[in-house]
Ligand binder design. Structure first.
Ligand SMILES: [Zn+2]
Ligand SMILES: [Zn+2]
Length: 307
């Protein structure tokens, strides 16, 4: 029997409320049940393990400055696989963890110490000092340490697109309006259509949509398209990585309004080639600016098994 679209959508909404009651939210780190009505999707025990970046960062890529230089050993893009070793200095110290226990919307107070605010003007990491990038700047939220790697792995491959909602709350509670101020639209690094169909969702797009829901900045879902299913980046040298993604993206179905300012979402920033390639497409199609936002950034030492 045919079902009308509005009936189907009401049924979906009802089902979602029902599921929330039967399957309440679980901690995004340990997967234990959260207390009913918990503001954040991380339990008290795990909260100290999940610490966003604070202190001076590279003005271009958002990587913490003054520590290990990495970036060539870990694959970003679509494979959350090994090849990357975390830098020990990010073991959860609990510092910078102010959103826990609070509402997460504490205004400016919680923003101190985050991101480029503390970096010396023009401070660049070694990688950014060497390479040209098409994006304006990237904001990275977490260091890509083992806890974050696990979480992102489940978000991407574990059928948990809802993590986007919990993550968006943390992000907005922590970094506040200076992050999205001036952006006309969000975009997401697109997945190859067949891959997206298999996975059922694009985690970068889910994150952009969830942050959009909290900030009111619209998501332009059709400004970018992926034309080739790039190989995993692991094991490729810097030049090969750049070639691997350079032609992977093209303009999507929607026209980019002149001078529009974008923030492109992705899960992990490794070499920056992916965000840069997407930014290039947007700029070539009329955008005025394209910045990046990544859930995490590789910060550790390069693993020496693959040059
Ligand atoms: Zn937990
Ligand atoms: Zn940098």
């Amino acid at each position: 029997m045919p079902v009308s679209p509005s009936l189907a959508s009401s049924a979906r909404r009802l089902a979602s409320v029902f599921l929330d009651c039967v399957y309440p939210n679980r901690c995004m780190v340990c997967e234990n049940l959260l207390e009913f009505g918990a503001a954040d999707w991380v339990c008290r025990n795990c909260a100290p393990l999940l610490v966003p970046i604070s202190g001076p960062v590279c003005e271009k890529c958002g990587k913490p400055l003054g520590g290990g230089e990495c970036n060539e050993g870990y694959e970003g893009g679509d494979e959350c696989n090994g090849g990357y070793e975390c830098n020990e200095r990010y073991e959860g110290s609990g510092k910078g963890n102010k959103w826990y226990g609070g509402k997460g919307n504490g205004g400016n107070e919680s923003n101190k110490g985050y991101g480029g605010g503390n970096a010396e003007a023009g401070a660049l990491c070694r990688t950014c000092a060497r390479r040209e990038r098409f994006f304006g700047k990237n904001t990275a939220f977490f260091p890509y340490d083992p806890v974050v790697r696990e979480l992102i792995h489940r978000f991407k491959y574990g059928g948990r697109p809802r993590y986007a909602v919990g993550l968006a709350r943390m992000i907005c509670g922590r970094i506040g309006p200076e992050f999205w101020r001036g952006a006309d639209a969000f975009a997401a690094v697109p997945m190859y259509p067949r891959k997206k169909k298999e996975r059922g969702y694009n985690q970068a797009e889910e994150l952009a949509l969830a942050v959009s829901g909290l900030t009111g900045v619209p998501v332009d879902r059709d400004c970018l398209a992926r034309v080739s299913d790039t190989k995993p980046q692991s094991g490729l040298g810097p030049a090969a990585r750049a070639n691997n993604v350079r032609d992977a993206f093209k303009a999507g179905k929607s026209r980019v309004p002149a001078a529009r300012s974008y923030i492109i979402f992705d899960d992990v920033y490794t070499t920056g080639e992916t965000i840069s390639a997407c930014a290039r497409v947007l700029l070539e199609n009329g955008a005025g600016r394209a910045d990046g936002f990544t859930l995490a950034i590789a910060v550790g030492e390069k693993k020496k098994d693959k040059a």
